[in-house]
Design a protein around this ligand. Structure first.
Ligand code: ADP
Length: 366
């Protein structure tokens, strides 16, 4: 049978829009763009909203109606879907003023991940970079103590009509901690959803402003928090902290595997070998290898083809300064210099990552 426009229109009169008692021609849903070429037909149906629940079923019914009217199952029908209401605009990017986002992570707890994050933040700020530090370690938020911010009060202000949390500021670093959300000494067992929501709030509803480096102190290991983070932000990369102990290295390996998983796909910028050796403060030239060998950390780095960015000695002053609320990187000692060196290496590692690799994509939620 020869196809012609009135045949199509008549066929579509048999297609009712559910619940309206009217057909799609009466509802003015057919665009004036019927095209017929031999055995193929195309036209557009216009829906009010892109979210109309009947789009798929009406398209199928319309195709079938045209084939039936043509009396020929081999007729090729293409229905284009148009909507009167524009689709929602793409979501504004999260943290538009932040250039680089680095997760500071570790496989095992107690290897000095938070110590590294705090000192790195302070060292970067001392070099003149704009730095933010988010303490996402739900198992033991330690930034309030390390920055002497245990009694910090958190205020909000309005930015473009939105109320936003103002990060605390210390040593040139903007700091927020999941620990600020609970009373001091009031241990909270965060249930998965609660912790994830709190973390999202500290990212999306805080006024981080313009930052060169946004560091995130992660919980140890792999957790729901890691998933929330890669779904909320496009991480520039991850830094993996380990000690030379074989158990710590084995866990660091699992951590790197997680970032390298194709579904996560966050570049690992490098490894920090913390507590690499013990050095007495008074004898900075002496090194005592207590925990293991540098070669074991080197082997880990070689296996994944990532650099060891710095080796940080175990020096009592590092812990003492943390406990006193003033990270040691502010000083001019052997341990301070090792953190300063790490800061320079991280800047270089981020630069080469940004030159060599495409931007990271946020992980889509399912
Ligand atoms: P994590 O965040 O991995 O659980 P922390 O940063 O809390 O580890 O460090 C664990 C303990 O080790 C803390 O008491 C800290 O002060 C101490 N520490 C970490 N790194 C060093 C270091 N290089 N020298 C001395 N003490 C350190």
């Amino acid at each position: 049978m020869t196809l012609y426009p009135a045949l199509i229109t008549d066929a579509l009169r048999s297609v009712r829009y559910p619940g309206s008692g009217k057909n799609i021609i009466e509802l003015d849903m057919l665009e004036d763009d019927i095209r017929i070429a031999g055995n193929t037909v195309s036209f557009s149906l216009i829906f009010d909203k892109p979210t109309d629940p009947f789009i798929r079923s009406l398209v199928k019914t319309a195709e079938a109606a045209v084939r039936t009217a043509a009396g020929d199952d081999s007729v090729e029908v293409t229905v284009n879907v148009k909507t009167r209401q524009a689709p929602p605009p793409p979501k504004a990017p999260v943290l538009p003023g932040v250039k680089n986002i680095v997760a500071v992570s570790s496989g095992k707890g107690g290897v000095g991940k938070s110590t590294v994050a705090a000192n790195l933040a302070v060292a970067l700020a001392a070099d003149g970079y704009r730095v933010g530090l988010l303490d996402a370690d739900i198992f033991g938020p330690s930034m309030p103590r390390m920055f002497g911010l245990e009694d910090a009060e958190i205020f909000m202000h309005e930015v473009d009509g939105r109320p936003l949390i103002i990060p605390a500021e210390r040593y040139g670093v903007k700091v927020l901690s999941i620990g600020f959300l609970v009373e001091k000494g009031n241990a909270v067992v965060w249930r998965g959803g609660m912790a994830s929501n709190a973390l999202k709030q500290l990212i999306e509803q805080a006024d981080w402003g313009e930052l060169d480096y946004f560091l995130i102190d992660m919980p140890p290991g792999t957790s729901d928090i890691h998933l929330t983070l890669v779904q909320t932000l496009a991480l520039t990369g991850a830094l993996v902290v380990t000690t030379p102990q074989l158990v710590a290295i084995a866990d660091a390996r699992k951590g790197i595997d997680m970032f390298r998983d194709p579904k996560i796909n966050v570049p690992v910028l490098g490894i920090v070998d913390n507590m690499a050796w013990f050095t007495p403060e008074k004898h900075p030239d002496e090194k005592y290898f207590l925990f293991g060998k540098d070669e074991d950390v080197d082997a880990l780095a070689a296996d994944f083809d990532v650099p060891v960015l710095a080796r940080i000695p175990l020096v009592a002053a590092v812990g003492e300064h943390s406990d006193a609320g003033a990270p040691v990187a502010l000083e001019n000692t052997v341990s301070a210099l090792s953190f300063r060196h790490l800061a320079h290496e991280l800047v270089d590692a981020v630069d080469s990552r940004n030159n060599d690799l495409p931007p990271t994509l946020k992980v889509e939620m399912h």
